[in-house]
Design a protein around this ligand. Structure first.
Ligand SMILES: C[S@@+](CC[C@H](N)C(=O)[O-])C[C@H]1O[C@@H](n2cnc3c(N)ncnc32)[C@H](O)[C@@H]1O
Length: 239
């Protein structure tokens, strides 16, 4: 049994619940995707046929966003969950050049489907399920799998630097959920996701500072945080 199989993500109901409510409780989800697309347009769209790796793809929302601006890309979508990969296949059924790999992040180096190189590695809200040591190993592995000049962009939640700031960031998150519910006209108590996030042993966020440092130590250049809203961030670097 892998670490992934022991997590809640291995349960079908858990992944379905995430997909149903993600637009409510992912802070600024649309904006996160718009920033990712802008990054792609600015740094990668000057070249055709880019090879993308989407880690913890869920239902394929990131790859779908990138395909909306460049149909020439080919993408490899990785997830530990068979259900999520099935949803991604459904969402991206109209596109060619997409392959799907069921794997936990910890097993990636052994997967021969991934023995090629990529121009752009993306991930959203998935890598915080790894411990800091596993994150470091993953960043080193991703650096080795990128073509020279390629980029890694990670959309993820991070651990706040102080308890005081954590208190505010979680409050800010609850406020955002209430606003999203009002905008989407959805009733019910979705704010408790914040407490569930804190209590869930599968969530192992590390600070942004530590992760930026780990990216630099893995060899990445142009390392920075590209967006931040409470615990929600976009960060990455270039090979
Ligand atoms: C919060 S969802 C995000 C899905 C999608 N990227 C999005 O932004 O909507 C996290 C995804 O990461 C996958 N995941 C979590 N831990 C993983 C691991 N250790 N190895 C592989 N996949 C993992 C889950 O199955 C799930 O699809």
């Amino acid at each position: 049994m892998t670490e992934f199989d022991k997590s809640h993500w291995a349960e079908k109901d858990f992944s379905n619940q995430y997909l149903e409510a993600a637009d409510i409780y992912i802070v600024e989800r649309k904006k996160l995707l718009e920033i990712l697309k802008s990054f792609y347009r600015y740094f990668l769209a000057n070249k055709k046929d880019n090879k993308i790796l989407d880690l913890g793809c869920g239902d394929g929302i990131l790859t779908q966003a990138l395909l909306s601006i460049d149909k020439s890309i080919s993408a490899t979508l990785v997830d530990g969950s068979e259900e999520m990969l099935a949803k991604a296949k459904e969402k991206l059924s109209g596109f060619e050049g997409i392959s799907y790999v069921r794997s936990s992040f910890q097993e990636l180096p052994q997967k021969k489907e991934l023995f090629s190189n990529f121009d752009f590695v993306v991930s959203s809200l998935a890598i915080h399920h790894l411990t800091m040591n596993e994150k470091k190993s993953l960043f080193e592995y991703l650096y080795s799998r990128l073509n020279a000049g390629g980029y890694f962009v990670n959309i993820d939640v991070v651990y706040p630097p102080t308890e005081t700031l954590e208190g505010w960031y979680l409050f800010l998150w609850k406020e955002h959920i209430k606003e999203a519910q009002a905008k989407l006209g959805v009733e019910g108590n979705y704010e408790d996701i914040v407490d569930r996030y804190k209590d869930n042993r599968d969530n192992k966020p590390d600070t942004l500072t530590e992760q930026l440092k780990a990216l630099k130590s893995s060899g990445f250049d142009e390392v920075d945080c590209f967006f931040k809203y409470g615990i929600f961030t976009i960060f990455g670097g270039k090979k």
